[in-house]
Every structure is written in structure tokens, then in C-alpha cells.
Design a protein around this ligand. Sequence first.
Ligand SMILES: NC(=O)c1ccc[n+]([C@@H]2O[C@H](COP(=O)([O-])OP(=O)(O)OC[C@H]3O[C@@H](n4cnc5c(N)ncnc54)[C@H](OP(=O)(O)O)[C@@H]3O)[C@@H](O)[C@H]2O)c1
Length: 228
Amino acid sequence: MTKRILITGHSKGIGAALTQQLLEQGYEVLGIARTQTPAHSQLTQWAYDLSKQDEVMKVCERLSNEKLDVAVLNAGWNDIRPAEAYTTEEIFQITTLNFAAHAAIIRATIPALLQTSGWLMGVSSFSAMEVARWNNYYGAAKAALQHLLQNIFEQYRKQGLRVTTIVPDITQTDFYKHQQFEPTDAAETFLKPEVVAQVISGFIINEPAYVPSQVVLRPQRFELRRKE
Ligand SMILES: NC(=O)c1ccc[n+]([C@@H]2O[C@H](COP(=O)([O-])OP(=O)(O)OC[C@H]3O[C@@H](n4cnc5c(N)ncnc54)[C@H](OP(=O)(O)O)[C@@H]3O)[C@@H](O)[C@H]2O)c1
């Protein structure tokens, strides 16, 4: 039977590269994002805004009827600013998208993943690992996601559920399109989205005989530049 992979944020960046790699290998992909990518016979796309609680509720209701082998919780967004520069609404959007929506999706997909001895994978961020200046609501939401994923593994490992957290550092994607900061042009200062996606698709395709609990991916050098 063809394996079915849920990917949140399949339309751009890491999620788009992962979707392409898995479709090329014959997997079925269920992608959730606000925008769509070109159609493919093995790709189902749902358009939802995962920063909005009412849309997350609809997604969870639909997901409870889906067969799944792997769920990749990848959608994310931030705008790097000092803590006082966010509106209250933005704080809810950032924490909902980067944590609460995925917590609810975990709850909605656990029964399906237990039926297939499946795999839950979360895309966190190096921001979750370090307490740094301007790394505030987003970093805290990603840290919460990491904590929950570890908790879910402890709770369900006996039932065969694998859980992995992927922790990328600076990756050159649309994540920086709207921001004041961006990766520099020097190749050693950023990861390519295809490379991060290859780590994830590699696990899905090769099914190693261990559970990679947390995989941290960092470029050789750390550098972000302020846009002119
Ligand atoms: N780029 C980095 O430096 C970096 C570093 C560490 C971790 N990460 C994490 O890696 C993951 C992938 O990010 P990326 O770098 O590939 O960024 P990206 O190119 O901006 O892609 C983000 C994906 O998330 C989706 N998304 C964003 N807001 C959404 C919303 N409100 N509702 C539904 N989907 C939404 C986007 O789809 P639509 O726009 O179509 O909705 C897109 O498919 C994110 O969780 C991000 O936090 C990125």
C-alpha cells in the first residue's frame, strides 16, 4: 500500500522540497497551507490558515477520518522583532501557528498514526534551543512544540509510534521574505531547503532501525544580515 504523508506548510521552502522528494518516490502527500502548489495525481491539498483557531478546528475534524503513515508538522512563520514590537493579535497568530495548531493536529492524528505504527515529525527551530535577544514568542512556541513531541514519544513509544524533532538553523527560504533580516550570500551561512528536506525524506524512505529523537542541522557559520 502506498504510504500517505501529511505535511503542513507543503507549499514553500522546506515543505515544498519535501513534498517534491516524496512525490518523486511514489508517496501520497496530503498538504496543508494557505496557498496551493501545482497539481499532482498523488498530492491532495487543503487550504487553511493554521494561525486561526476556527480553521485549525476544521482541519482537525477532517484529519480524524484520514489514514496516515507519517505526519510532518512543518508550517511556521515569524517576523524577527523585539518583544514589545508585536501586537497582541500577532502573538496569538505566532503561538497558534508554531505551537497550538500543531498540538491540536498531533491530537487529531495520533489514532491514525497508532494504527499504522506511524511516525510523527516536527520541524522546530534552533530558536527553540537558545535564549537569545529577539528570539521571543516564536522561539518559545517552537520550544513548546519540541517539549510536546518528546512527551508524545514517551507516552506512545510502546505502541510503536516514532517521534522525531528536526531542528534547522538558518535556511534560505521565503521565511525571510518579509523580514528585516536575511541570510547572507555566503554558502556556509545557510542551509538549503532541499538539504533539510532530504534529512526528513531520508528517514521516511529508509526507515532506520532507530528513532532519531532530535536532529539539529546547522550551517558552518552563523550570520544574518539586516536588509538595506
Ligand atoms: N528558514 C529558516 O531559517 C528556518 C529556521 C528554523 C526553522 N524553520 C522552520 O522551518 C519550517 C519551514 O519554514 P521554511 O523555512 O520552509 O519557510 P517558508 O518557505 O516560509 O515556508 C513556510 C510554510 O509554512 C506555511 N505557512 C505559513 N504560515 C501559515 C499559516 N498561517 N497557515 C498555514 N500554513 C502556513 C507556508 O504556506 P502558505 O504561505 O502557503 O500558507 C509554507 O508552506 C517552519 O516551521 C519554520 O519555522 C525555518
